[in-house]
Design a protein around this ligand. Structure first.
Ligand SMILES: Cc1cc2nc3c(=O)[nH]c(=O)nc-3n(C[C@H](O)[C@H](O)[C@H](O)COP(=O)(O)OP(=O)(O)OC[C@H]3O[C@@H](n4cnc5c(N)ncnc54)[C@H](O)[C@@H]3O)c2cc1C
Length: 296
């Protein structure tokens, strides 16, 4: 199998790159995603706040996804969902896996738009066991918003980035008790707008210069030891759920070791983490236009 342009990841960045490459004249584009739907992270983001620059409106993640996916339907971009790219080789071949098996694909240009992954509790020197009830914020967002699962009731959040604060508000709105957001720095890590929308109106406490030093519980988490970084004092706090929002890491394992060949381009969160979808899309459009123009 062959294609001129392979794009890995049909999130906002991958779709934007595909649309621009098509508009620039490339007529042989394969856009793949391992999920069964387009949009990447967006379908699980039920809050409003997407696409202000692009559409002049604050859309929810699913609405934003519908708009960009609809634009794809007016092009000849081949979209293949439920298809994971397993490996990329230096001879410009990719190994694709879907329900029918493995396929080797030769491409001329590759745009990697594989997003990012969350940093987990394992990245911190936290003592104790790892019982059930410890989740990343993205995990609970997917569990609650896409699968309708319950995650617990007494919630402590570690990390005050955008994802942590967005989920703090959702927990309150769904009847859970947010004990506190714990942050090692002396200021919240999110955009100001998320602090003012998600924390202030709900009076959610943020414990600054504090971290989780140990986890307690057998089977399910029953509490944590908090350490106040300036005084060194420690205290024990009961909770049945710990949600970590410790930051995002660009996901580019697929091209690790390949160096910087002239056929490889990175777009969106796998290049650098974008707080706003508009910024991820603008970057991807520029790359799509440049790469697509080579085939015009
Ligand atoms: C919780 C959260 C809230 C946000 N809130 C806002 C907001 O309010 N307003 C705003 O403007 N922006 C917001 N953002 C930022 C914005 O949503 C992102 O920057 C943008 O959506 C990233 O798009 P992406 O395409 O780079 O990555 P992703 O959306 O992560 O897409 C990557 C895709 O690549 C696929 N993929 C990865 N590896 C493979 C592989 N090997 N084979 C096949 N497919 C693969 C994945 O399945 C995924 O679908 C938020 C982000 C998060 C995480």
């Amino acid at each position: 199998m062959k294609t001129e342009l392979l794009i890995v990841g049909a999130g906002a960045a991958g779709i934007a790159a595909a649309l621009s490459a098509w508009e620039a004249g490339c007529r042989d584009i394969l856009l793949t995603d391992r999920r069964e739907c387009t949009g990447g992270i967006l379908p699980q983001c039920l809050h409003e706040g997407f696409g202000l620059a692009q559409y002049g409106a604050e859309l929810t993640g699913p609405d934003y996804t519908d708009r960009i996916t609809e634009r794809l339907e007016h092009t000849g971009v081949r979209l293949v969902l439920g298809t994971e790219v397993l490996t990329i080789r230096g001879d410009k071949t990719a190994l694709l896996s879907d329900r029918s098996g493995l396929t080797e694909l030769h491409f001329e240009r590759l745009i990697l738009a594989s997003g990012c992954r969350e940093r987990t509790i394992g990245s911190l020197p936290v003592a104790g066991t790892r019982p059930a009830g410890i989740f990343t914020a993205g995990q609970v967002q997917e569990m609650m918003n896409l699968r309708g699962q319950n995650i617990g009731q007494e919630v402590l959040i570690l990390g005050s980035g955008d994802l942590g604060l967005i989920m703090a508000r959702q927990f309150v709105l769904t009847g859970k008790h947010v004990i506190a957001v714990v942050e090692k720095e002396s200021r919240y890590g999110s955009m100001a707008r998320n602090y003012h929308r998600c924390i202030v109106p709900y009076h959610i406490p943020i414990l600054y210069r504090t971290t989780v030093a140990a986890i307690h519980g057998e089977g399910r988490i029953s509490g944590v030891t908090l350490r106040h970084l300036d005084s060194g004092a420690e205290e024990r706090l009961a909770c049945d759920t710990l949600v970590t929002a410790l930051g995002l890491i660009p996901e580019r394992e697929l091209v690790r070791g390949l160096g910087e060949p002239d056929w490889l381009f990175l777009a969106g969160n796998c290049h650098r983490v974008h707080d706003l979808v508009d910024s991820a899309v603008a970057e991807a459009e520029a790359i799509g236009t440049r790469v697509g123009g080579e085939f015009a």
